[in-house]
Design a protein around this ligand. Sequence first.
Ligand code: HGA
Length: 611
Amino acid sequence: MCGIVGYIGARNSQEVLLDGLSKLEYRGYDSAGIAVFTNEGLQIRKAQGRLANLATRLEDEPLAGGVGIGHTRWATHGKPSDENSHPHTDATMKFSVVHNGIIENYMELKEELMAQGVPFISETDTEVISHLIAREYDGDIVKAVQRAITYIRGAFALGVLTEYEPDRLVAVRCASPLVIGIGEGENFIGSDIPAILQYTRRVYILNDNEMAVLTKEAVELMTIEGNSISREMIVVDWDAMTAEKGGYDHFMLKEIHEQPKAYRDTMRGRLQEGLSGVKLTELKVLTNERLREIRNVHIVACGTAYHAGLVGRTLIEQAIRIPVETDVASEYRYRNPIITPETLVIVVSQSGETADTLAALREAKRCGAAVLAITNVVGSSVAREADDTIVTWAGPEIAVASTKAYTSQLIAFMLLSLYWAEQTGRMGAAELRHQLAAMEALPEQVESILTQADELKRVAEEMAAHDNLFFIGRGVDYAVAMEGSLKLKEISYIHSEAYAAGELKHGTLALIEEGIPVIALVTQSSLVEKMISNIKEVKARGGVVYAVTDKAHAELVSKAVDGTFVLPTTLAHLSPALSVIPLQLISYYASLARGNDVDKPRNLAKSVTVE
Ligand code: HGA
């Protein structure tokens, strides 16, 4: 996600920037850096790791000056390192840029600039922006920025300074958030309101494709084409804690609501124009040739990531028609799995540091398998040790109960399976376009589900009164049922079990008695009749069934159950990306109803780095 901050005024900007970055550190802490106009010109300090490292560096080598920009990084392009830290500069060091987002066409721009003799020092996508601005500069920084951004595609919020015009700070927003803070004789920019809240409560929220030019005394707002705009100033009345959570009561709720963005970001730059295919340029070892050699796949992960792997199994088996097994990482090594050089082992870990997953990865490599990582953290241990990595661009996840990281893992599996099918000639252009169009529609469909949170709150409050609860489903619905059950257990502490609906009668049905709540997932056309039979079995024993189904099946299903939540319709194998959302919200509200600490459930930790 990265956080950016900027200041122009009479204070010592170093302090304002450090303070702002401390509020933004939740957005990433791979590295941090600031650029400040000093008596010796534009000076930069950077430090890898947490903000405290930068603060220590600045104690030894402070920067004095009233104009500056700062950045806290969550790497997307290029590992966490000093060179890849922001602010980035051009070759003359006269221009400085902080960036939040992804430049999709940076490779071609980099090649073009290098052919023009421009030297690059980092692996980031961001660096092209500073070189482009320098190239376009002819005495007016605003015009140079406007011209430079016509060359770039992707998502970006920028803060830009140039030594040639030390009394101006330029800010741009194109699909990454940015706010402008208005002070007395001073002005601010920030990725979000908490970054500047200590100094001002008066803000302008920039919309996409808008920019701002800040001086000490004034802020000018305009479109990126340079047309002047007027905007109502907002006076923020949040307290600082609420502001950090973006106005939500908990990080988990904020992260649930960030899922449409996480889906879009994870797909960003990976769908070919006209939906003609999938681009996974990050796959270097897994060439088409290597993919053709693969005879079987092992997906290995823990907890929620394991549940994403269960969906991944279906996606790959359907698209490629080779056997896929999904294993819990802590079991994998000890069952002496049959791993050959023709096996692809896919390890999935939000943090990329999960000890059991890392151990499984090493075992797979020892046996000569190709190893692909799916992780949310660039430069993490699994990303470094795997042959190739697909990074999910969900942004840092703070709540212990994973939501947006899980669903972004689903998106990564969808992209991988379609890419693989396309590269090995298993899927024709028309089918591919059909599937990609359905994927592209998912973020908006999630948005429509999120508007119905009140209904789920009501259901959750009823369920919170019970001590036992069951989830049932078939096919990918069963995999989602397992995730729904885990989420509920993690944060509400209600005992729940997920069952393959056809398996209930082989034992668990004995636990169904009058009033026991059962959540049934029913989204698969080919299984809907079987599911209704299983629901009837539960109802006959007194169970109270709440169904999560989709528009196509709602009429039929609603007749068999006590309550129904209706999802928008998507392709059968994409449905987990929608059906899990109401389950996340039910868990959240059940936890709230029970008075639990939603973001920090008892006995658990965010990243499990022990076996
Ligand atoms: N792509 C840039 C900025 C990262 C970012 O915004 N993350 O959310 C980088 O990798 O440095």
